[in-house]
Design a protein around this ligand. Structure first.
Ligand code: G4P
Length: 527
């Protein structure tokens, strides 16, 4: 197969949802269809159950599971599908944001009874920043759900994207009859079957005006469907794939993942419309996937579960060319040529050494602590991929050394955990103290635990009152200098030495923005 053909048959995507909407269940059903797993229950939910926030065994277990399910690759009808897993717990949202930088499209799962929830909204903001194409799967139709039109309106309004249903449900809950495919003009009749190979019974309907429909779903629901379809065709424009690919229009499906219902339709449509690997932007140029030379970047680093072996797995997303085992590549960050004798690929739960990988694929590289999130690999060109930002953290604490004999271990531990992207480090300009910023409270516990168990260091947390960290810059040097002098007590530097303003309240931030109009305040590290 040519490089072009390999690229065209790849679909690299993530399934995202608010916890409990059914992401794990849907992932599992997709893997079952792909033949990548054979029994239900093989994909373990990687969410940390509520109330288990102090249970470190749970965190460790989670890390074990998430490395196993980080990337799930499988073949379906000649298409190579790579599903990138994202952590379920919202405290690990930043991990999810970064994973979204490595995908070409996403499927959003929404609970039909709950509608759009907070986490979905936040994740959609990241997709919107990158114009990632999204398909929406409205799940749990076997339960009483909100009215489908209300759900469509909610998605459109809350996720700020135009929608186009490709299928439409016939009732929900106890009276759920099935889903009408608006393009193929057939009805998928609902059968509650949790078995993996359940092939729902599909009936072709040439004309929904015919009495055949009444016989299938009953007069009342047939009449309702006719009204609904008329309304859909009247209100929504026909599906336009170009608009979907630009991230402007989301096709909508309805189903019930646990019952394996509507999943095949979703998958069939997905492989037809979802994009193959897209061009990637760097600081200097756009990289096309079919360029012959290899380029790729690291979007995730996973520490070893075994504290005696502090090696890590770095996840490399291939952006162009062909990756080959035992070939020398330039690690742009260090300027060193490196080769990998055992790069791994992930097929469902299995990890195996590979010889080659193509754009869209994810390769696991062994790392003894030298790689950082965002690192680029090439065949010699000095490129830096953009679009892998750090997000402004929301929780802050001073980190102090609690064991004076272990100063070095602590410094190294903090350094490596920050490279892994567990949290962000800022150094106060006022007193030189180290401040850790995170998106969730759980990270502080994870850091403390891992520093002790993996680096033999002890830390202590001290409170600091910060509302938000933002990166600042300005073309007006005088105003910037004036700002930094006045706000000296609230200034810090990030790990690249850039200026960060630590606003103590939303009010002081708003005031600063008003008083210093020439200063730009950024809430992601990339601007
Ligand atoms: P998540 O990864 O998005 O957090 O969700 P997950 O798939 O773990 O699903 C959350 C819960 O919703 C699970 O139940 C799952 O069985 C259920 N679920 C998923 N799809 C459907 C569906 O189509 N219909 C119905 N009725 N339920 C669905 P749980 O009780 O929390 O977990 P479990 O003990 O069953 O695994």
């Amino acid at each position: 197969m040519t490089l072009r053909e390999e690229i065209e048959r790849r679909r690299t995507f993530a399934i995202i949802s608010h916890p409990d909407a059914g992401k794990t269940t849907l992932t599992e059903k997709l893997l079952l269809f792909g033949g990548a797993i054979h029994v239900a229950g093989a994909v373990k939910s990687n969410k940390i159950k509520r109330g288990a926030t102090s249970d470190f065994m749970e965190i460790e277990r989670q890390r074990g599971i998430s490395v196993a399910t980080s990337v799930m690759g499988f073949e379906y009808e000649g298409v190579k599908i790579n599903i990138l897993d994202t952590p379920g717990h919202e405290d690990f949202a930043e991990d999810t944001y970064r994973t979204l930088t490595a995908v070409d499209s996403v499927i959003i799962v929404i609970d039909g009874a709950k509608g759009v929830e907070t986490q979905t909204r936040k994740l959609m903001n990241v997709c919107r920043m990158r114009n990632t194409p999204v398909i929406v799967f409205i799940n749990k139709l076997d339960r009483p759900c909100k009215d489908p039109f209300d759900l469509l309106d909610e998605v459109e309004k809350e996720l700020q994207i135009r929608v186009r249903p490709l299928a439409f449900p016939i009732s929900s809950g106890q009276t759920f009859k099935g889903v009408y495919n608006l393009y193929e003009h057939n009805i998928n009749l609902f059968t509650s079957d949790q078995r993996q190979t359940a092939d729902a019974s599909t009936v072709e309907i040439d004309d929904i005006a015919s009495t055949q429909l009444d016989e299938l779903v009953g007069g009342k629901f047939a009449a309702q469907l006719r009204n609904d379809v008329e309304l859909v065709e009247g209100v929504y424009e026909p599906f336009d794939r170009e608009e979907y690919l630009k991230g402007h229009l989301a096709p909508i499906f309805f189903g019930s993942a646990i019952n394996n219902f509507g999943v095949r339709e979703l998958l069939e449509c997905f492989i037809r419309i979802a994009p193959s690997p897209r061009p990637s932007t760097t600081q200097t140029r756009t990289v096309m996937p079919d360029e012959p030379k290899l380029t790729g970047f690291i979007f995730k680093i996973h520490a070893n579960m075994d504290p005696n072996h502090r090696d890590r797995i770095a996840f490399l997303k291939i952006c162009s060319g062909v990756f080959e085992r035992n070939r020398n590549y330039l690690h742009v960050g260090s300027g060193k040529m490196l080769k990998f004798s055992a790069p791994t690929a992930f097929m469902a739960e299995k990890k195996s050494v590979i010889d080659t990988a193509y754009p869209g694929d994810i390769v696991g590289l062994h790392d003894s602590g030298n790689f950082k999130i965002g690192d680029t690999f090439t065949e010699g060109e000095k490129l830096k991929f953009t679009g892998i930002p750090s997000f402004s953290p929301e929780l802050f604490r001073y980190i102090e050394n609690a064991d004076p004999m272990k100063f070095k271990q602590l410094a190294k531990g903090i350094d490596q955990l920050m490279d892994e992207g567990v949290a962000q480090l800022f150094v106060s300009s006022l007193n030189g103290r180290k401040i850790i910023g995170t998106v969730g409270a759980l990270q502080f516990e994870v850091i403390e635990y891992r520093l002790e168990h993996e680096y033999g260091a002890k830390c202590r947390w001290e409170p600091i009152s910060i509302h938000k960290a933002c990166w600042i810059e300005s073309d007006n040097a005088a105003q910037l200098a004036d700002f930094k002098m006045r706000k000296h007590a609230n200034m810090a530097t990030d790990k690249h030495g850039r200026d960060v303003f630590l606003a103590d309240t939303s009010y002081s931030l708003a005031l600063a923005q008003e008083k210093f109009p020439d200063i730009r305040f950024h809430f992601t590290s990339e601007f």
